[in-house]
Design a protein around this ligand. Structure first.
Ligand code: CAA
Length: 298
C-alpha cells in the first residue's frame, strides 16, 4: 500500500507540503474509485484517482464565490496542469467543481474596475488557454452552474459530462459584455449557431438534458455519482496508449478548425505516423494473439 501511494505523488511535489492518503468512494456499497491527494493550493484541490491512480483530478475550490475564476485560481490551475503534463503516470485529467457550481464564471468582482488599456495590454484571460494546450485528454465533470467562463472552461476540455442538475449558460450579455474565453466560438460549434445565439444574446441557461440534446455534453449522470462515473471513463482513457491518445486528441482538436479535406489529410498523416510506434504494433499483435494489449507509451 505504501509504495502504491508513493507512486501517486506528483513530480515536483515536495514531501513536506504533501499529505498523502488513500480514500475509497463507496457508492451503493460498491467500492468504485480511489482518490489520493497531491500538492496543496489555495483555490483548487489536486488528487489522483482511479484504481491505477493514473487519472489526475482537479477540483475548483472557491466555494464562497461559487468557484468564480480569479487570476490566482488560474495560476494554481496552470501549475497543477503542468505537473500533470510532466507526470508520465497520468493518462487523463478531470476538471470538476462542487455540487453547486462547476464555476460561476470569471470573477466579476476582480474585473469590475478593469480598463480597456490594461485588459488589452495585459492580455487578460490569455493564460486560460493553458487548458487547451494540455496534450493529455481532459474531461470536465460539471455539477451545478457552468456559467460564463465556467461554461467556457468546460468547453475547453475534450469531453464534458454533466450531473442531472447542471446548468450551462453564457450570461455575459447581462453584465454588458460578451463571452471572452471561447463562448461565442466553441458554443456554436458544439450546439449549433441558433442555440448559441439564443444563449449568448439572452443569457438564458440550459439544463443538463438540453445540453445533452444539443451535443454540448457527452452524457448525463446522477449528481452524486457523476464523479465516479467520470473517473471510470477517465481510467478507461488513461489505460490506452498515452502516446496514441495524444495523437488522437490532436487529430480531433486541430481538424475541428480545418476544412474537411485538410483535416482528413492531417488525420491520414497522423494515422500513418502511428505505424512508427511500438504501441500500434503491440495493439494489433495483441488482437491477433487474442490477448489484452500492453501499451508502453512508446
Ligand atoms: N464572480 C464573482 N463572484 C461571484 C460570481 C462571479 N462570477 N458568481 C457568484 N459569485 C459570488 C456572489 O457574489 C456571492 O458572493 P457574496 O456571498 O460575497 O455576495 C456568492 O458567489 C454566491 O453567489 P449568489 O449569492 O449570487 O448565489 P445564488 O445561488 O443566488 O446565484 C448564480 C448563483 C446564479 C450563479 C449567481 O451567483 C450568478 O449569476 N453569478 C454570476 C454568473 C455570471 O454572470 N457569470 C459570468 C461572469 S463573466 C465571464 O465569465 C466572462 C468570460 O467570458 C470569461
Amino acid at each position: 500500500m505504501a509504495s502504491s501511494i508513493a507512486r501517486t505523488i506528483f513530480r515536483g511535489v515536495t514531501q513536506g507540503s504533501t499529505t498523502n492518503f488513500l480514500r475509497t468512494a463507496a457508492i451503493s456499497g460498491v467500492q468504485q474509485s480511489s482518490y489520493s491527494t497531491g500538492k496543496s493550493y489555495d483555490n483548487i484541490l489536486v488528487e489522483t484517482a482511479g484504481e491505477k491512480n493514473n487519472v489526475g483530478l482537479i477540483r475548483l475550490n472557491r466555494p464562497k464565490a461559487l468557484n468564480a475564476l480569479c487570476n490566482a485560481l488560474f495560476d494554481d490551475l496552470e501549475d497543477a496542469l503542468n505537473d500533470m503534463e510532466k507526470n508520465p503516470e497520468i493518462g487523463c485529467i478531470i476538471l470538476t467543481g462542487s455540487e453547486k457550481a462547476f464555476a460561476a464564471g470569471a470573477d466579476i468582482k476582480e474585473m469590475q474596475n478593469n480598463q480597456f488599456a490594461e485588459v488589452l495590454g495585459g492580455g487578460f484571460l490569455n493564460h486560460w488557454n493553458v487548458i487547451t494546450k494540455c496534450s493529455k485528454p481532459t474531461i470536465a465533470a460539471v455539477n451545478g452552474y457552468a456559467l460564463g467562463g465556467g461554461c467556457e472552461v468546460a468547453m475547453m476540455c475534450d469531453i464534458i459530462y454533466a450531473g442531472e442538475k447542471a446548468r450551462f449558460g453564457q450570461p455575459e450579455i447581462l453584465l454588458g459584455t460578451i463571452p471572452g474565453a471561447g463562448g461565442t466560438q466553441r458554443l456554436p460549434r458544439a450546439v449549433g449557431k441558433s442555440k448559441a445565439m439564443e444563449m449568448c444574446l439572452t443569457g438564458d441557461q440550459i439544463t443538463a438534458d438540453e445540453a445533452l440534446k444539443f451535443g454540448l455534453v457527452a452524457n448525463v449522470f446522477p449528481v452524486d455519482t457523476l464523479l465516479d462515473e467520470v473517473v471510470k471513463k477517465a481510467s478507461k482513457i488513461a489505460g490506452q496508449s498515452k502516446l496514441i491518445s495524444q495523437i488522437c486528441k490532436e487529430s480531433i482538436n486541430k481538424g475541428y478548425n480545418m476544412s474537411l479535406d485538410d483535416a482528413c489529410h492531417f488525420e491520414k498523416r497522423l494515422f500513418h505516423a502511428s505505424f512508427a510506434t511500438e504501441d500500434r504494433k503491440e495493439g494489433m499483435t495483441a488482437f491477433v494473439e487474442k490477448r489484452k494489449a500492453e501499451f508502453k507509451d512508446k
